[in-house]
Design a protein around this ligand. Structure first.
Ligand code: PLP
Length: 395
């Protein structure tokens, strides 16, 4: 089978919901991907942040192989020791004194957070404030929460009760208090929104106001979590800041589908048996994979590697900025970096793909670069070399 045959089958049988690159991938290892025609790619945006240890990380592969023989799935009306161990681990690495709920994706974790916040509001308070330029997933409630019109168009009426305000704008938050909100939800680095980083003072003032008015703080760590920014979670960069709820997905199980909501004990207790559920959530197979991810990050000291390689990549990208007028700004933290271009972003992105460097383009102008946490200096040099070649050609 050739890629063109695969595309023909897609055109006939797969719903047309994605714009796809004409590459059909068959195997991967680390940052390397191979297509049907045996072309090799350097993947600096593996799985949109899912493949946080690169493709097919050995520990995840061995854990899955071992577990798939023993027990793949059991429903949540039984106990599962792997889920228990993973829950303990998530509480330990997040430092949140609370409990977790398991599901299968970022959108589901956010749905769980909306329901828990509404339960906390006891049907008296239900408004949830979110940010312009945010992205929280594709279910009806998640697109209602997301602060970008393009994701909502054509799907109305939306879920009521979401109010959007500008990001990093404390006055806008204060102006919204009259709506009697039960929660505020935000990403500390807006990923899809263009790698926009929350300011420390803003976050601390937001916390002060929320505590004063008993408003829950929900941090969407779907993209920023699991070490992506050089700490386990982005909120841990903000000294003295503790969210009430965080949502996790993407990298947590190294490529297998998992979502998690973590809530402080005083909030978590608003969920009682029967109020929320997920048939697949927290299966033994996926929990075992997630334990493999956490173990690898710890044993291989990958938070440190993310900080070091993040600094290295940051320097390299800033050197490019000095040289090429077309680059407006470099933003981000750890290995979640964005390069905003003044012009020709689509062409730069496309030429990188042609030269077999896989990155992402968001908001039509920001190149999003998120290599795995175990990326090496050599791989970064190679990626930056390709990017520079493209910038040179287009300048
Ligand atoms: N929240 C954020 C910040 C995301 O980046 C995403 C996906 O990109 C989601 C939520 C939705 O996650 P999922 O696609 O797993 O539902």
């Amino acid at each position: 089978m050739k890629t063109r045959d695969v595309i023909k089958l897609y055109n006939k049988y797969v719903m047309n919901t994605y714009s796809r690159i004409s590459i059909s991938l068959v195997k991967g290892k680390g940052t390397k991907l191979v297509d049907l025609e045996q072309n090799q790619y350097l993947d600096f945006f593996p799985g949109w942040g899912v493949s946080i240890l690169g493709h097919c990380p050995p520990k995840v592969v061995s854990h899955v192989k071992d577990q798939v023989r023993k027990l793949i799935h059991i429903p949540n009306n039984y106990y599962n020791h792997l889920q228990a161990r993973l829950a303990k681990m998530i509480i330990r690495i997040s430092g949140i004194k609370g409990k977790v709920f398991f599901c299968n994706s970022g959108a589901e974790a956010n749905e769980a957070a909306f329901k828990l916040a509404r339960a906390y509001g006891r049907e008296e308070r239900f408004v949830i404030i979110t940010m312009y330029n945010s992205f929280h997933g594709r279910t009806l409630a998640c697109i209602s929460a997301t602060g970008q019109e393009k994701y909502k168009k054509g799907f109305g009426p939306l879920v009521p009760g979401f109010v959007h305000i500008p990001f990093n704008d404390i006055r806008a938050l204060k102006n919204c208090l009259k709506k009697n909100p039960v929660a505020v939800m935000l990403e500390l680095i807006q990923g899809e929104g263009g790698i926009n980083v929350a300011c420390y003072d803003y976050v601390m003032e937001l916390q002060r106001i929320c505590r004063q008015h008993d408003i829950l703080i929900i941090i969407d760590e779907v993209q920023t979590g699991m070490g992506r920014t050089g700490k386990w979670f982005a909120f841990q960069h903000f000294d003295g800041f503790t969210p009430d709820i965080i949502t996790i997905a993407k990298g947590i199980a190294g490529g297998l589908p998992m979502g998690i909501m973590v809530a402080r004990d005083e909030v978590a207790e608003y969920f009682k048996p029967g109020m929320h559920a997920s048939t697949f959530g927290g299966s033994p197979l996926v929990c075992k994979a997630a334990l493999g991810v956490i173990d690898t990050i710890m044993k291989k000291k990958l938070l440190k590697n993310t900080q070091d390689m993040g600094n290295y990549l940051w320097e390299k990208l800033n050197q490019l900025k000095e040289k090429y007028e077309i680059i407006k700004e470099i933003r981000g933290m750890g290995l979640m970096l964005g390069m905003e271009l003044k012009d020709k972003a689509e062409q730069v992105y496309q030429r990188c793909v042609d030269k077999k460097l896989l990155i992402n383009l968001t908001q039509g102008k920001v190149l999003r670069i998120m290599p795995p946490l175990n990326v090496t200096r050599k791989e970064i040099d190679r990626a930056v070399y390709i990017l520079e070649t493209v910038l040179k050609e287009l300048s």
